[in-house]
Design a protein. Structure first.
Length: 328
């Protein structure tokens, strides 16, 4: 089969998926339809916003489907009418069995981790938050349980000491697009030999969950060691961003701030002690005490303000005596 004869339906929503879709289009693959989320209101005007994938698809004249429910019979019939042999899923909702079982050549997913590590919605965030030095991308065939299907291909990628989640995301996005094309070509050639994920686990190893990130996940607990919080902050930067509350001497909230970047953890000096959340500031620098040392905040955003470097923040915000970061 030639790639022009293979009809593909592409499922995706954010920019991470656009890279793969654009590579497929540029490579001359036959995209029969694109499925993405419905437009949703955003911003102060609550105007309807298109997903990144939809914007790309519309600009390139690709048919777009935007079902509210993936189980809707009318939508399923639309899929059938496309007569696609292969479905590709990248950063999309969980598909019902009636959908992923439809194409004769199967449905495969591009996942931003080295499965079975980091199964779930936020694999890149959790890999950085856990201080991992390596992650990667995986293509695998879908089955009923999320992120558990047989692996088609994998490729690893280092995580640098100072990388944040955006850095890793952008590298995996490009690496993943390469792998999507390789996977499609292997399916066309009939050379795919899927491997059950259980065979990739070493003795005693368990799959690592990577659940969706919520606001409470992002709150900084200054009672934790500085190294853990260094990783926590860069694993959420720049989005959705770690945050903390600054309080006055009476424990009342003064403001909340998002923290985007810190310096390397600095252990307490011999004999030095400070309660977690203690602030140490001058006109240019701000350090916050953790369980075993200090983190110097380099970039932050006060509620209702723009992101800025710490010295610019301190020119407009006075750290009074008794102020501290709430330690949870």
């Amino acid at each position: 089969m030639r790639k022009e004869d293979l009809r593909i339906i592409f499922f995706g929503t954010p920019d991470f998926a656009v890279e793969s879709l654009s590579r497929l289009v540029d490579g001359g693959y036959n995209i029969a339809a694109v499925v993405t989320m419905p437009d949703k209101p955003a911003g102060r005007g609550r105007q309807l916003q298109q997903s990144d994938v939809k914007r790309y698809a519309v600009e390139h004249g690709l048919p777009v489907l935007q079902p509210v429910s993936l189980k809707d019979e009318a939508f399923i019939e639309q899929l059938r009418s496309c007569a696609a042999q292969l479905f590709i899923v990248i950063a999309f909702r969980m598909l019902p069995q009636a959908v992923w079982q439809m194409p004769p050549l199967g449905t495969f997913n591009l996942h931003a981790s080295l499965l079975p590590r980091y199964r779930g919605a936020a694999p890149i965030n959790w890999a950085v938050m856990h201080g991992d030095t390596e992650t990667g991308v995986t293509t695998f065939f879908l089955k009923h349980e999320i992120d558990t299907g047989d692996v088609i291909q994998q490729r690893s990628c280092p995580i640098g000491r100072h990388d944040n989640v955006e850095d890793v995301h952008d590298r995996l996005m490009v690496m993943g697009a390469d792998m999507v094309l390789e996977t499609v070509d292997a399916i066309i050639a009939g050379t795919v030999k899927p491997i059950p994920q259980e065979q990739l686990l070493t003795a005693g190893q368990q799959p690592t969950p990577a659940p969706k990130i919520f606001k409470d996940t992002c709150r900084i607990d200054w009672n934790r060691p500085a190294e853990e919080l260094y990783n926590h902050i860069r694993g959420l930067s720049p989005y959705p961003a770690a945050w903390t509350i600054l309080t006055d001497g009476e424990g009342r909230e003064v403001t909340s701030v998002k923290v985007f970047e810190t310096g390397e953890p600095v252990p307490f000096a011999p004999g030095e002690q400070a309660l977690p959340g203690t602030l140490k500031a001058d006109n240019k620098t701000l350090q916050i005490a953790c369980a075993d040392g200090w983190l110097q905040v380099l970039s932050l955003q006060q509620s209702g303000k723009k992101r800025m470097d710490t010295d610019a923040f301190l020119r407009g915000f006075v750290i009074h005596e008794g102020y501290r970061a709430a330690a949870q």
